[in-house]
Ligand binder design. Structure first.
Ligand code: ADP
Length: 243
């Protein structure tokens, strides 16, 4: 297959994922809505087991809705061209934290950050990267006070390096690369919800910024995710941080 055919097949596949996941949401909404109606209207006639079965359907519907949303987001970000602008990462971080305010409160999480730079990047994509890493740091965490620290380093000549450190469940040596693959989940799936899409979308977003993402972690010892963004995205002298 030629490169052109490959890229066409790839883009058709992305379109398919987008359309299929979009269409899947509709019947799912119907199942969810009618389960709720059934429970409201006939719930009193059901015994405990009946109510429990209804709740299981409800949880399944919610999980599948989240999964489909992740697939939709993924295909959207995959095909998006970079929209570069000057972005104050401190403001971008605040915006992301506001969007998970409820989760931060519920989980009693502490988030702190060193002053971050103003950089040239795609604000939607880098916002999504910060969101995914912080969200994961709180989610894959069994501590009574999940603590996330965001920092940046300007010591590399070609790349801004940002880090998101957590005190969560950690990642074993053998799973460190696997987690960046599509649909890969390594934490116990009955304990921690997820789709396994977030980190692969994150990897894709930083690659688009000519950067890379990697993790330092040990089981039970927390994790620190690092990602790099090229300092030269606004001209053609772009070094690559991947290899
Ligand atoms: P999701 O969060 O939807 O499961 P991700 O692609 O974001 O998908 O993450 C893939 C897997 O990597 C997760 O299911 C989890 O097992 C592991 N993981 C990601 N972030 C962390 C973290 N901060 N601490 C421990 N494990 C993590």
């Amino acid at each position: 297959m030629s490169n052109k055919q490959l890229s066409q097949a790839n883009s058709e596949l992305k379109n398919f994922a987008h359309t299929a996941s979009h269409d899947l949401k509709e019947p799912l909404r119907t199942i969810g809505a009618f389960t709720k109606l059934l429970k409201n209207k006939y719930g009193e006639g059901l015994d405990d087991k009946g109510i429990q079965y209804m709740d299981i359907i409800d949880t399944g519907v919610k999980r599948m809705t989240n999964l489909i949303s992740s697939i939709l987001e993924h295909s959207k970000f995959e095909s998006k061209a970079l929209a570069l602008e000057s972005v104050d990462l401190n403001i971008l971080l605040q915006e992301q934290l506001e969007s998970i305010e409820l989760m931060i409160k519920e989980k009693n999480a502490i988030i702190d950050s060193n002053p971050l730079p103003i950089i040239f990047c795609d604000r939607t994509l880098i916002g999504m990267v910060l969101y995914n890493l912080i969200n994961n740091g709180i989610k894959f965490n069994s501590k009574s006070t999940p603590t996330i620290r965001i920092a940046s380093s300007n010591s590399h000549p070609d790349f801004y390096i940002l880090s998101v450190r957590d005190n969560g469940i950690g990642i074993s040596q053998k799973n460190k690369d696997k987690i960046f693959e599509n649909y890969s989940r390594v934490a116990p799936t009955d304990e921690f919800e997820g789709s396994g899409i977030g980190l692969s979308t994150t990897l894709n977003a930083v690659k688009k910024h000519k950067g890379n993402i990697w993790v330092e972690s040990e089981e039970e010892q927390g994790s620190c995710f690092y990602f790099s963004i090229s300092k030269y995205l606004n001209n053609n002298l772009i070094p690559n941080h991947s290899d």
